[in-house]
Design a protein around this ligand. Sequence first.
Ligand code: MG
Length: 382
Amino acid sequence: MILRILRKASQSQNKESLFPFLSAISRSFSSQSTPPSFGIAFDIDGVVLRSEAPIGGSPHALRRLYEDSGALKIPYIFLTNGGGFRESVRALELSELLGLNISPSQVVQGHSPFKQLVGRFENELVIAVGKGEPATVMSEYGFKNVLSIDDYALCFDNIDPLAPYKKWTTKQVSYQSSNTKATDLRENIRSQRVQAVFIVSDSVDWSRDIQVLCDILRTGGLPGREVGHQPPLYFAHDDLAYQAAFPSERFGMGAFRIALEAVFNRIHPLALKYTTYGKPNPSVFKNAETLLEQLVSSMHRNAHVADHINTGTHHLKRLYMIGDNPSVDICGARKAGHPWFSILTRTGVFKGKENHPKFPADLVVDTVEEAVDYILRKECAS
Ligand SMILES: [Mg+2]
């Protein structure tokens, strides 16, 4: 199903800016005169979905946030550390899996803040790492000279000594052939200094990626050359583990970061420098607050939408974060403070009977459906 959705999404090649999305949402929003005074941010993995399967009554819970007509009644977004695909593709996938009409502007992924770095690296050679379409994600954000680590590694003969033992196949790129044009292209890439590395989503091939990243990072961006100044390294998030289809948690990007850092620090005189984004960084919650405010503004047909966005007019008195990971979702909402209220579900990473001892949530429930029920009862009564 995912493949079918992704094909459909790549055909659509969404290039619209945020504003047309908001206009589209505005058309489908309820025309209510009083805007809601609260908004909701949902984590995805372990709350709404487990792999591709809806969990915790999520389709029904989310449907309650819409009018019977299908117009959005309550502003909500998905706030996930996951990623690897463009926000437009993820929105389409979620729409199909949950049976709802979800806009790309309602999807915030771990790598979404990378677009803020376009000004610094727009025309520089940067490498994008991870599952899915990391280079496509970065191109859509505006990076003009980006290569996936798959394509970059193919420019160097024998950079991965284990490659002959790897049974899977990767997409062939045009410059992999032996004609003169392809050879020139590979030589051109090899002679360019990599100016930054972005870990967009989970690394698929840890052994190759740790090897190639150490080559890039210890040589100032020129693998095979002498030791140089480490280029900047950015991680979309730092989650140690996440809940997928397997009963116990799986290693996340944070585990990959630890492995890369441990190896790099053994072979390089200076410790690895890096920046991590994603929850629990308070900036993620600040950005979510702004997006939810924008959604409310777009719900107000009679209001001056642009003015609200530009002046940052605040309507929302309470923001709910529903998550399954205490050290990510709950810790982040607690650090963000007012007006965030944290709700911890038991459908993912957290499976305890009582509240989490280190990062206690404001409320613990079994499922996302229970969380939405609580919010609607509380807000409608107040
Ligand atoms: Mg989660």
